[in-house]
Design a protein around this ligand. Structure first.
Ligand code: NCD
Length: 311
């Protein structure tokens, strides 16, 4: 069903895998609009959400996705897991393996932790965000939302604005956009770019105003204060002035340009409140698509289960 047993980096997926996930998510989206939003597809399968870094929407989205497919979903969070007692990731993996779980969704502060987990257990692994590295299901739900809103992906120009250096969302979204033939442009001050921006695989601009008229999507990122030491620019006000999306800027963009954000949003910094609440912002559509896309990844990785299908 997919060419890979795990979704750890977006590059684990071929273009055809990505399209299969998006197409499968379409049928799950329809299920999510029904009054009874449950399918028997993954009945009897066990999914553990191991979230060792804070998360609201990603963890909830995976849990709802697992439950809508009738899997037994168990949540383990940082403070409730034995890792705070010093257990190694390898021991945690072996313990969860011994409980015969089928799929683990892991969020971890260290880049590479989901790969380590996958190497020492038989269960399938989905990366729910590892450090500054990758967040592949976020990229998949973003592609799904863009395709739904703009009708296609190929040839679209997507500006990814803000804290590129610390963003695992950008780390997955850039290669995902390239895989489907879209054009990513990263837009940030030099202090929010990695030391070698040329390795990002995207065009680079230091000025949002310069590239704004070209954009089909403006994808705004949160400044990852928890991952940086000190303030990477003089003030939040100055950042908002040059890199924030606000009504004046929106008026200069293409009328069909959409504003996206992975959440949580810092209103007044990367997006002004009036823009965040306007129909041009499709942030809640992203959240809504997230459940269907995560259902699709679980369904496809677990081989569709023994009974029931998306249709
Ligand atoms: C992102 C994350 O955790 O990487 N949020 C999310 O998963 N919805 C982005 C962020 O925290 O800024």
């Amino acid at each position: 069903m997919l060419s890979t047993p795990n979704i750890i980096d977006i590059q684990d997926l071929t273009e055809s895998d990505i399209i299969t996930i998006l197409d499968t998510a379409e049928s799950f989206k329809e299920v999510n609009e029904r009054r009874i939003k449950k399918l028997p597809t993954l009945r009897g399968r066990t999914i553990i959400n191991l979230f060792l870094e804070p998360s609201t929407r990603t963890r909830t989205s995976f849990e709802i996705a697992a439950k809508r497919l009738s899997a037994d979903a168990v949540n383990m969070t940082g403070s409730a897991s034995a890792t705070v007692k010093g257990e190694s990731l390898r021991d945690t993996a072996q313990t969860l393996s011994a409980m015969a779980c089928d799929l683990i969704v892991v969020r971890h502060k260290y880049a590479g932790a989901p790969r380590v987990l996958a190497e020492c257990m038989d269960a399938h692994v989905i990366n729910g965000g590892d450090g500054r590295h990758q967040h592949p299901t976020q990229a998949l739900l973003d592609l799904f939302t863009i395709r739904q809103e703009l009708g296609h992906l190929e040839g679209l120009t997507v500006g990814i604005v803000g804290d590129i250096a610390n963003s695992r969302v950008a780390g997955s979204l850039i290669p995902a956009l390239r895989a489907v033939g879209a054009r990513p442009i990263v837009i940030a001050p030099p202090t929010l770019l990695p030391a070698r921006p040329d390795v990002l695989g995207a065009e680079v601009s230091y000025s949002l105003d310069d590239v704004l008229p070209d954009l089909d999507v403006a994808y705004m990122l949160r400044i990852q204060m928890e991952r940086s030491e000190g303030m990477p620019f003089p003030s939040l006000r100055e950042y908002a002035r040059f890199y924030g999306m606000n009504a004046a800027r929106l008026a200069k963009a293409r009328p069909e340009m959409k504003v996206m954000h992975p959440g949580p949003m810092n209103r007044g910094v990367e997006v002004s409140s009036d823009v965040a609440d306007s129909p041009r912002a499709i942030v809640l559509d992203q959240v809504n698509s997230g459940v269907a896309v995560r259902m699709a990844t679980m369904y496809l990785l677990l081989g569709g289960g023994d009974s029931g299908t998306a249709s």
